[in-house]
Design a binder for this molecule. Structure first.
Ligand code: CMP
Length: 138
């Protein structure tokens, strides 16, 4: 069934000038962009967005990384969007990511891994609502 997923092109991908190449790959893979903006998360934003990870040893590093510069936030629509987008981005650690995946092509490390993809339909809806109002979704 057609559904939606939420993505962020993270600060490292934006810094390195990869916005265009990553969006091209997303579009070529059949995803329709239904919302998109350049934005920067505050520390409070990142602490809330990644709240599930707040006990992890890398939490502080994750918040620093995700707030250090602008990101591209977007909502993508496709059949099986959540599952297919996670396949397209590849494993969390780019060293483990399959050839041709976005993380294999554009990420340098497990912490700075270029792109986010929601892990469930429920989280896709929560994450989309965190970044976008209804009138920003098409
Ligand atoms: P993501 O899976 O999209 O969401 C959680 C993020 O935490 C993950 O991407 C990485 O950016 C980061 N992360 C996950 N595991 C580690 C780790 N072991 N060390 C540092 N950062 C990590």
């Amino acid at each position: 069934a057609t559904n939606r997923t939420f993505t962020m092109l993270k600060p490292d991908a934006v810094e390195k000038g990869h916005i265009g190449a990553i969006l091209e790959k997303i579009s070529a893979s059949g995803f329709r962009i239904v919302a998109m903006k350049l934005t920067q998360m505050t520390k409070a934003d990142a602490e809330t967005f990644y709240g599930i990870h707040n006990e992890r040893p890398f939490f502080g590093e994750l918040v620093e990384y995700m707030t250090r510069g602008p990101i591209v936030a977007a909502i993508l629509e496709k059949d099986h969007a959540v599952e297919d987008f996670r396949t397209l981005i590849g494993a969390t650690n780019p060293a483990d990511a399959a050839d041709g995946t976005i993380r294999k092509m554009f990420a340098d490390s497990i912490s700075e891994n270029a792109v986010h993809g929601s892990d469930s339909n429920e989280n896709a809806a929560i994450e989309s609502a965190f970044h976008f109002s209804g009138r920003e979704m098409f």
